[in-house]
Design a protein around this ligand. Structure first.
Ligand SMILES: Cc1cc2nc3c(=O)[nH]c(=O)nc-3n(C[C@H](O)[C@H](O)[C@H](O)COP(=O)(O)O)c2cc1C
Length: 218
């Protein structure tokens, strides 16, 4: 792949994500990214690591899941603009994106729930992410209680508090480290930009233009 020539960042993301997961142990760690949000009340930016559950190549969007009571969910509801950053260490590539965050559709979240393991579903049923807990023992007790109560239940119903968001970027930027095996090799920084707007009639829908590509001084 000649990244210097590509006009669409999603081709690069798709290929590098695949390559990074083959070279990362456990492979899920290649899907871990830092999500930065803005807390309107305190005025501070906030960030944390998350697992990307889906990359949509057609719209270049990144889907992740969390719990409604969490700080990030509250921040995104008030201010649906965010940034994310991946570092694929085995490839020495950084990828960052900035965009609008919308909730995923009911069908998509239902599908994602059904693909979760039983233990992960149980943990999410118990979750009150973001609330103060007096001792971790309370979480253990809650998990035991749910386990016992649902011993004969085959499929857990998705709790409404579990939310899916996707970040649809207006900009994506890559940093490819220099190739140390080649003399005079330099880092390559490529930025892709596109127009992005939220449709007033349907807030969950976004319209975006074609990607424009710029090489940036590293
Ligand atoms: C590697 C890693 C992956 C994580 N993935 C998620 C995730 O997909 N969803 C989530 O809600 N929290 C995830 N967490 C926990 C978050 O980093 C964070 O602690 C939690 O969501 C509370 O964040 P908030 O208070 O900013 O909302 C992950 C933590 C780590 C270390």
């Amino acid at each position: 792949m000649n990244v210097e020539k590509l006009q669409d960042p999603s081709e690069i993301i798709q290929e590098k994500l695949q390559e990074a997961s083959e070279k990362t142990t456990p492979s899920i760690l290649a899907s871990v990214f830092t999500l930065a949000t803005y807390d309107k009340e305190s005025g501070f930016p906030d960030c944390r690591n998350m697992v990307m559950q889906k990359f949509n190549q057609a719209e270049t969007s990144f889907t992740f899941y969390t719990v409604e009571s969490s700080d990030k969910a509250k921040q995104l509801t008030k201010h649906p603009f965010a940034s994310l950053c991946f570092y694929w260490k085995p490839l020495q590539i950084q990828m960052r994106a900035q965009g609008i965050v919308v909730e995923v559709s009911e069908e998509e979240i239902e599908q994602a729930w059904s693909e979760r393991s039983r233990s992960s579903q149980l943990f999410l049923l118990a979750s009150r992410q973001g609330e103060i807990i007096e001792t971790p023992q309370l979480l253990r007790n809650e998990l035991d209680r749910l386990q016992e109560e649902n011993e004969n239940v085959e499929i857990f119903k998705r709790p409404k508090k579990w939310k899916g968001f996707k970040l649809v970027p207006k900009s994506v930027e890559f940093w490819f480290d220099r190739d140390r095996s080649i003399k005079n090799s330099v880092p390559l920084r490529i930025r892709f930009l596109r127009r992005l707007k939220q449709l007033k009639t349907q807030k969950a829908r976004l319209a975006f233009g074609k990607w424009e590509r710029k090489i940036v001084w590293p």
